[in-house]
Write a protein that binds this ligand. Structure first.
Ligand code: FES
Length: 109
């Protein structure tokens, strides 16, 4: 399956993934600036992505904990999610997510 990440400069990067893979890990493996400081513990929001509008309603809803943590993310939009909380399924083949322009990866500084 293919996941498309659109980086902060608007460049689309297609990543190959398997069902069961975690969206944060797939993005990091593809070289996207997703820091993921807390490694999926919902304690950082540095894995924030903006899901393409046509895909947002097709994903399982965010938990209350995820919604709370998104409040701290920079550049939050209506379709924002924490990528560490999204495990891929067959139905997500072709998913498109945007990396927020506000995103910065401390590992690259
Ligand atoms: Fe920290 Fe997702 S990696 S909330």
């Amino acid at each position: 399956m293919t996941i498309t990440f659109v980086d902060p400069r608007g460049q689309a990067i297609a990543a190959t993934a398997q069902p069961g893979d975690n969206l944060l890990r797939v993005g990091q493996a593809a070289g996207l600036p997703l820091e993921g400081t807390c490694e999926g513990q919902m304690a950082c929001s540095t894995c924030h992505v903006i899901v393409a509008a046509e895909w947002f309603d097709r994903l399982a809803s965010a938990s209350d904990e995820e919604e709370d943590m998104l409040d701290f993310a920079a550049g939050v939009r209506r379709t924002s999610r924490l990528s560490c909380q999204i495990d891929l399924t067959d139905a997500m083949d072709g998913l498109v997510v945007n990396i927020p322009p506000e995103s910065s990866d401390a590992r690259r500084m």
